[in-house]
Design a binder for this molecule. Structure first.
Ligand code: GBH
Length: 468
């Protein structure tokens, strides 16, 4: 392939690689009570004073619900070939189950049609944390087996309605984040104020109860996979999008690499490992007294329903390990206090995780198709006097991460696409509008959108299908 870059070496991705960007419903849509939408647990949580930095909420957010045509045009202008968005369950089933709300569905029909018209492939996430409040009130949300059952009904309905045009579905986004974060919040000082780290519904369950919640979410995933297969056209592809907790080897040599793989498998035992292996590890079953999770063999089969791809959100290394002579054969090493982070305080910086994450997914679980469903960073962006947004740190971050991803694909790791988080600055959960993850800047007073320097970088990378 002819190279246009000044540097030597092939930095291309495989042919057909998708250059996507991602968002989620509650973070951008606004219109929180329009056209028959039901209340979600995030509406309730953000409306409760003291839960969100500066008491912000997603009532209006980016007003994407009304501005989706402008937003699709922007996606096209920044060169995205795919778009990962999420569907708000309470727009479709305001009460969680029962009668669907046709006006809610219509919004996604219009969005999908606009995307296809613009030549952008739609990838739909069915659950990005905005659970219908009614399911929380009736059943305690994911604490009950009723919620996975309701989720499967909703998933099957959506796939039947959109299946002629949407060919890729992610069941659930980041099991770990909303389970640990929503059902076992911890107090933390954020921006000089005490907030609950985590989010809706903001419960403080015991470790043992939490294991049962995890089980219900992976069961919900498996039931949804089966419902989608039952209702959508045969060519429909389905998987999940999980923020795999990745153990990065300190040294690239076989002993360290193997130790890191074992650590990753154990660190994800309640989520990815059980979804891809159909069994909980012995160590996981013994945790927290071992009373939970309670499950049947039939449920394990459902949880491990065959998938078409594995989606992983990759932001940071989860832990660093080295081999050990003691069981379990690896040892987590401390992370230095001076280890750099991106702007978000949780965001440890190490682009190598973008190499090891998909490589481990292939080696541990023999995945035949992998998508990077999120990657990106927050930055202190502002519009400069000349009207541009110079997010040099984000450009550095993206180039470094995609360099590592290209290293993986060039070694044959089967990654079919990359979704940058996020298309636009948006409502960053408990951090409100302060943490900007977009490659398009949003002025939250005027709602004006301005592509950043990183969007120029993204467009050129997508155009050349290479690291630029
Ligand atoms: C993703 O979460 C979400 O899918 C997306 O909605 C969000 O906007 C985006 O990334 C940016 O944050 O336990 O120290 O890691 C990213 C992973 C997991 C980051 C929970 C914040 C809490 C602090 N998130 N984490 S920590």
């Amino acid at each position: 392939m002819a190279t246009e870059s000044a540097t030597s070496g092939d930095r291309h991705f495989p042919d057909g690689f998708r250059w996507g960007v991602a968002t989620s419903s509650y973070q951008i849509e606004g219109a929180w009570d329009e056209d028959g939408k039901g209340v979600s647990i995030w509406d309730t949580y953000a409306h409760t004073p003291g839960n969100i930095r500066n008491d912000e909420n997603g009532d209006v957010a980016n007003d994407h619900y009304h501005r989706y045509e402008e937003d699709v045009a922007l996606l096209k202008s920044i060169g995205a070939t795919a778009y990962r968005f999420s569907i708000a369950w309470p727009r479709i089933f305001p009460e969680g189950t029962g009668e669907p709300n046709p006006k809610g569905l219509d919004f996604y029909n219009r969005l999908v049609d606009a995307l296809l018209e613009a030549g952008i492939e739609p990838f739909a996430t069915l659950y990005h944390w905005d659970l219908p409040q009614a399911l929380h009130d009736r059943h305690g949300g994911w604490q009950s087996i009723e919620t996975p059952k309701a989720f499967a009904e909703y998933a099957g309905y959506v796939a039947a309605q959109l299946g002629d045009r949407v060919k890729h579905y992610f069941t659930i986004n980041e099991f770990r984040s909303f389970v640990e974060g929503g059902y076992q919040v911890v107090d933390m000082e954020i921006g000089g104020k005490m907030l609950q780290l985590g989010g809706a519904p903001g419960l403080r369950l015991s470790d043992s109860e939490l294991k049962q919640v995890r089980h219900h979410t992976v069961l919900g995933h498996g039931l949804a996979v089966q419902a989608i297969r039952a209702h959508a056209p045969a060519e429909t592809k389905v998987g999940f999008a999980e923020n795999l907790h990745v153990a990065v080897p300190v040294i690239d040599e076989p002993g360290h690499v193997k130790a890191a793989e074992q650590a990753t498998r154990e660190a994800n035992a309640g989520f990815m490992t059980v979804m891809l292996e159909g069994a909980y590890t012995d160590a996981y079953l013994a945790e927290a007294g071992g009373e939970t999770p309670r499950f049947t063999d039939e449920e394990l089969k459902t949880i491990a329903s065959p998938l078409d791809f594995v989606g992983i959100n990759v932001y940071r290394p989860g832990l660093y390990v080295e081999p050990s002579d003691e069981p379990p054969g690896y040892r987590e090493i401390p992370i230095n206090v001076s280890h750099p982070t991106m702007q978000a305080s949780w965001h440890l910086f190490d682009p190598e995780v973008m190499y090891w994450a998909p490589r481990q997914v292939q080696s541990l679980w023999d995945a035949k198709s992998i998508f990077i469903t999120e990657n990106g960073c927050a930055a202190a962006d502002a519009v400069a006097a000349d009207g541009r947004v110079y997010d040099s740190d984000r450009v550095m971050f993206l180039r470094a991460c995609l360099g590592q991803l290209q290293r993986a694909t060039s070694e044959g790791v089967p990654v079919g696409g990359y979704f940058l988080w996020s298309a636009q600055d948006n409502f960053e959960w408990i951090y409100g509008y302060g943490d900007r993850f977009g490659i398009i800047y949003v002025d939250f007073d005027t709602l004006e959108r301005t592509p950043k320097l990183s969007a120029e970088w993204f467009r050129e990378a997508a155009r050349r299908n290479a690291v630029v």
